[in-house]
Design a protein around this ligand. Structure first.
Ligand code: ADP
Ligand code: NI
Length: 216
């Protein structure tokens, strides 16, 4: 029964994300799902809730729906109810989706659970390391941003409101978000993996500045 819920959800999500932008396409979902399973090897949390949330967490991005933060949880909830998942699990999944985004975490946090910790870590792991670098430059290119501009300070501070409105170069995104994620990890397993991915980004940046300045 449980496996059938997962299978049906995979089919639903793949179908819905067919034309999604590449930052949140099926491959992002698959990586977050894999990260979730990896974390669950050592973290104890409800497997069903974690896996379903990993699969459904980016089903509808509020960015593309006039900032409607409820649309993702609503679509996820309707789907899970339709396939017969019990109410308690449906509501838990919806609560996690609503509260787990980086943007939500900049505001007042009102919901908490072990399962949220696991899936949020799994999602954050996909924003750092080599994949994180690739996703950031992909996003920056999509927005036609400069990769780097030495005249623009990298340490400007962003609020929840200004976060999406900046036209800063992509390197700035490392300082406003990517390099901060390591210290925001919830679980022991997540922290450990984040550590090595963080180090990779540090050495990427070192190499980047070296090449930028024409060093050998
Ligand atoms: P999340 O799915 O974690 O809420 P976003 O929707 O903000 O993240 O971003 C999706 C991907 O695009 C992430 O890998 C993120 O780091 C990257 N991204 C978001 N904003 C920027 C930006 N201003 N510059 C470069 N990359 C960005
Ligand atoms: Ni995500």
């Amino acid at each position: 029964m449980q496996d059938s819920f997962i299978e049906q959800t995979v089919t639903f999500v793949k179908e819905r994300l067919q034309h999604a932008e590449s930052g949140h396409d099926w491959w992002h979902i698959q990586r977050v799902w894999n990260n979730t399973k990896l974390l669950l090897e050592t973290e104890s949390a409800d497997r069903m809730v974690c896996e379903l949330t990993a699969l459904l967490h980016d089903i509808a991005d509020s960015k593309f729906h006039d900032g409607d933060e409820e649309i993702g949880p609503r679509i996820a909830g309707e789907f899970l109810t339709r396939i017969g998942v019990e109410k308690e699990i449906v509501e838990h999944v919806q609560n996690i989706i609503l509260h787990m985004s980086f943007k939500a975490s900049l505001g007042k946090v009102t919901f908490h659970s072990k399962e949220l910790e696991v899936v949020q870590d799994a999602d954050r792991l996909d924003a750092i390391g080599a994949i994180g670098v690739a996703r950031a430059f992909n996003y920056g290119g999509y927005k036609n941003r400069e990769i780097y501009n030495p005249d623009i300070p990298v340490d400007q501070h962003l609020t929840k409101e200004s976060y999406k409105n900046t036209q800063a170069p992509t390197i700035n995104h490392f300082y406003e978000k990517l390099l901060l994620l390591r210290d925001k990890m919830n679980t022991a397993a997540g922290k450990k993996i984040a550590n090595s991915r963080h180090q990779f980004m540090e050495s990427f940046l070192q190499q980047f500045y070296g090449e930028w300045n024409g060093e050998r």
